[in-house]
Design a protein around this ligand. Structure first.
Ligand SMILES: Cc1cc2nc3c(=O)[nH]c(=O)nc-3n(C[C@H](O)[C@H](O)[C@H](O)COP(=O)(O)O)c2cc1C
Length: 408
């Protein structure tokens, strides 16, 4: 059955999506010093709203200001300046766009210049090179766990109060919820670990607490790894079991991703050439999800052409097309792809010319952030932005930390 990119989709009894585009979360690094949203974020999301996506998900917002992942993350808690969040919601929901916030806690995936003692399910440090930029974590107590579950719920309630249209629990890419799910990172022997059911307890309790705060009609989604792609890590079988449990519990949307910053499958690292022929990295997994869950699905990672997007929809592998990096250089991608069945975008990052500088300046990530900052200032994206300009932008934004490891 042919499914058009511009066809509507009923998400809940009260929410109909205007098309099949889903702007996936990208950490913008545009908060102010108190971790509140800024004019740049308002402008950026207004631009994306004009670009035609049915849903735009914010970059990860922290639920606890004592546990932030990166220097310029937003935090949404009782101390936040809610008027600023209201303004963000007003501008980002123009053009009938659904603006959702992504809620996150980094667990131990916090650079050591931000936290000298992060928390995690177990006191297991990252291995190898990663261990150098990230301190060994402290194992969370029962009290920490319950407090954190409640913090997710509080942020969700505030998001709803401020006018956002939905929330997404970030359970992918190696952050806290993912750490609880992973047998490699969660070696607890209490009710929060030790077997798959116990490892799933945290995400389920977070979902239930969020649902209790926002009510039955408010959209709640999750970003879930198909697998972590790590030895002894969260497997496809584990992931499928989470899908079943959350489907039964009433989740409204599952966004499929995969990998962590230890094995970055979500960015296409290590994905087989055969898989890349369909562009998107996680379609095969999504097709398996279809066998066990009727929940609305978004698949993110790799989509670049309207042909591949249309095929994925028509084959029934996904309901929504998740897109991140291309939206930094073409914020109107949804409109363009809907209007041109031959549309295709390629994103090529310009190097500084020095592999070492590219690596320590984290060019791959910072290049996209620099484009987001341009959009936030009302400028056009610059596909030719050089590695050097990116380095200057990052130093101007976060000073000496530009050369410190920020992501695992
Ligand atoms: C600069 C940058 C920041 C990102 N931040 C987040 C984030 O906050 N939360 C998240 O779930 N994924 C984040 N991602 C991953 C994207 O959502 C997406 O999964 C990934 O880029 C693959 O999709 P794409 O091929 O369409 O870019 C980020 C990616 C980039 C490039």
């Amino acid at each position: 059955m042919s499914v058009e990119l511009n066809s509507t989709l009923s998400l809940t009894n009260t929410v109909t999506l205007k098309n099949r585009f889903y702007k996936s979360a990208m950490s913008e690094q545009l908060a102010d010093d108190d971790h509140n949203p800024t004019e740049s974020l308002f402008k950026l999301y207004e631009t994306w709203a004009e670009g035609g996506s049915a849903i735009c998900v914010t970059g990860n917002l922290m639920i606890d200001r004592t546990a932030i992942a990166e220097p310029k993350n937003c935090v949404l808690d009782e101390q936040s300046d809610l008027d600023k969040y209201r303004q963000w919601a007003r501008q980002g929901t123009k053009n009938n766009t659904q603006l959702w916030v992504q809620l996150n806690h980094p667990g131990k995936q916090v650079p050591s210049f931000i936290s000298s003692e992060p928390v995690a399910p177990s006191a297991i440090p990252f291995e190898g090179d990663l261990g150098k930029g990230f301190k060994a974590p402290r194992a969370m107590t029962e009290f920490d766990i319950l407090k954190t579950i409640q913090a997710f719920a509080t942020s969700a309630r505030l998001a709803k109060e401020c006018g956002f249209n939905g929330v997404q629990i970030h359970s992918a890419h190696g952050y806290l919820v993912n750490q609880f799910l992973s047998p490699r990172h969660n070696q607890r022997d209490d009710q929060w670990g030790g077997n798959p059911e116990n490892r799933r307890r945290f995400v389920l309790e977070v979902y239930k607490a969020v649902r209790a705060e926002v009510g039955d009609d408010y959209p709640v989604g999750i970003k879930l790894n198909s697998a972590d792609f790590l030895k002894d890590g969260f497997s496809e079988e584990d992931s499928m079991a989470v899908v079943k449990v959350l489907t039964d519990a009433g989740i409204n949307l599952i966004e499929v991703s995969g990998g962590t910053y230890e094995a970055a499958a979500m960015m296409g690292v290590g994905i087989k050439e055969g898989t890349k022929k369909r562009e998107a990295y996680f379609l095969e997994y999504a097709e398996k999800v279809r066998q066990v869950s009727g929940t609305t699905l978004a698949v993110t990672g790799g989509f670049r052409s309207s042909k591949a997007m249309s095929s994925a929809l028509s084959e029934g592998a996904t309901d929504l097309i998740g897109i991140a990096r291309p939206m930094t250089v073409e914020p109107s991608l949804p409109l363009k792809a809907m209007n041109d069945s031959n549309y295709k975008i390629e994103v090529n990052i310009r190097s500084t010319g020095s592999a070492i500088l590219d690596q320590i300046g984290m060019l791959d990530l910072n290049w996209y952030e620099a484009q987001l900052a341009r959009l936030g200032k009302g400028k056009l994206p610059n596909e030719n932005l050089s590695g050097w300009s990116v380095l200057f932008h990052t130093v101007a934004s976060i000073g000496r930390f530009a050369f410190k490891k920020r992501r695992a």
